[in-house]
Design a protein around this ligand. Sequence first.
Ligand code: FAD
Length: 398
Amino acid sequence: MLKQHLIDPEICIRCNTCEATCPIGAITHDANNYVVDPGTCNFCMDCVAPCPTGSIDNWFMVAEPFDLDAQFSWQELPPRPADGPTELADAMDDEAAALLAEAHARAGGRARAPATASKPRINLFNRDNPAIATVTGNVRITARDAESDVRHLILDFATVPFPVLEGQSIGILPPGTGANGAPHAMRLYSIASARDGERPNTNNLALTVKRVREIRENGIFAGVASNYLCDLELGDKVRVVGPFGATFLMPDDSDADIVMICTGTGAAPFRGFTERRRRTSTAARGRLLMFFGARTPAELPYFGPLQKVPRTVLDQELVYSRMPGHAREYVQDRMRARAADVAALLRKPTTHVYICGLRGLEDGVEAAFADITRQYGIDWPNLRASMLADGRYHAETY
Ligand code: FAD
């Protein structure tokens, strides 16, 4: 199969920006359409960010590329190949594709975006052409005496368009090179703010970054990107690539019920979901139910701010595994304690499940879903399969 870059004739406004931007003359037009020459396009992505409509952002896997005559004749794009657009979209940037594939693998099945999710813009900036963001916030969001240092970072893009959706990630390029002399690998970070910015209508976004303890072993330095980010000062510049991710997206439907299960920095996308719901759907009928696990309240990112989110917006279960004098409790235990609510939500066709955090989280969560559904007479293997097919069941762990 070959990757082919196409322009959506239904959305394109024929402004000529793409043709003027393309450095190798791969884009041409006639009276009907703007088209991409499959024999010339080298996927440099230079045309993608400037396109004002997003019509340029289409990637098909094809056995035989559509030639120019075919593209000139279109009134609309042909049907997507059965492979589906989402995996292809994720796959555009090889580094990000590998990380996302790994992060999504444990949900099993082919990842799909929720049917109502907005169309994400992806791969607008790459390693050769990163966006430069300015740090406008860096605040510790675990208690001062907590073992884990988790930071809330705000990156501002000034006048550079960097459109994102809740659930997407960005790539950070740490400066410098590794032991082998090659530039450091890109690291992905979930966006922790809503699509319209950390504050509404600002061109910035937030990240939730945990400082990974620096370890030097055999010349290999672990913690490169997270220490770089956690140590950034206001005004520092950061090289950003992406955005990435076309499946782990928030449904754009205020009737959608969303069950969010997370530990640690896995809360990042759910902060974005919650903010989006809070800003757009005050009369939303869909519920947000979150199970959030940490060792103690001091170790739980955003503990203070979460206390202020009304239960009408977010039904939250904060669960602690190392509270002195208390038995250890994990998110899956609290899910079982709320089995009736979880089962009622699972029965609804409007319910979406998202799991995010460190690897291994899914096993306990899956076991809890299996127990709860057994208790309430729901066929979990079937339901899970259909939720996956509908883009209503997602896991992103790293
Ligand atoms: P490296 O030198 O790469 O060392 C990696 C070590 O850190 C490994 O042992 C790994 O298991 C461990 N590790 C990785 N992430 C964490 C973590 N969050 N907590 C504890 N240990 C960890 N990280 C975030 O802090 N916030 C996010 O929102 C976030 N979102 C991600 C989204 C996706 C889709 C993916 C694939 C990863 C995400 N990560 C996130 C992890 C992030 O990309 C880096 O792996 C992490 O910051 C470590 O990079 P590093 O260079 O500091 O450490």
